[in-house]
Design a protein around this ligand. Sequence first.
Ligand SMILES: Cc1cc2nc3c(=O)[nH]c(=O)nc-3n(C[C@H](O)[C@H](O)[C@H](O)COP(=O)(O)O)c2cc1C
Length: 139
Amino acid sequence: MKVAVIYASTTGNTEAMANAISDAVKAAGAEVIFSTADSANKDDVLSSDVILLGSPAMGDEVLEDSVEEFYSGIEGSLNGKKVGIFGSYDWGDGQWLRDWTDRLNNAGAVSIAEPLMVHLTPEEADVEQCKAWAASAIK
Ligand SMILES: Cc1cc2nc3c(=O)[nH]c(=O)nc-3n(C[C@H](O)[C@H](O)[C@H](O)COP(=O)(O)O)c2cc1C
């Protein structure tokens, strides 16, 4: 099984989530395509069995710019693809992930896990939650 973990992170918080997620996917024996959104290969990602996308809440509850750019580029090719989303936030209530979920649903993506959000820097318990989320997302 091939799993893409694609993310952006401005201060390392979503990156810490992505690392934990990637570790859990590898521990489950799957191949991981791990990349920041600004250098992700669209074909590699779209040929993955599961696509896990991470973005912090930015602007006013929107995706980080490079994730928005990458995601817009694959959005039209996600019909039937298994996708999970995650990211770090601060003061909001998760609106950016709800909006992203709507876009994924409109694109015909198959949701394989509830969106996962962590407040600011992942603590040890959050890292464990990321690992459990990833393990269940690729089942
Ligand atoms: C320019 C900017 C805009 C932000 N907008 C939001 C927002 O709309 N909602 C929110 O909950 N947090 C917002 N945040 C907080 C970040 O999502 C939070 O600091 C997050 O942990 C950053 O994750 P990262 O280190 O992976 O980039 C914003 C932060 C910055 C710098």
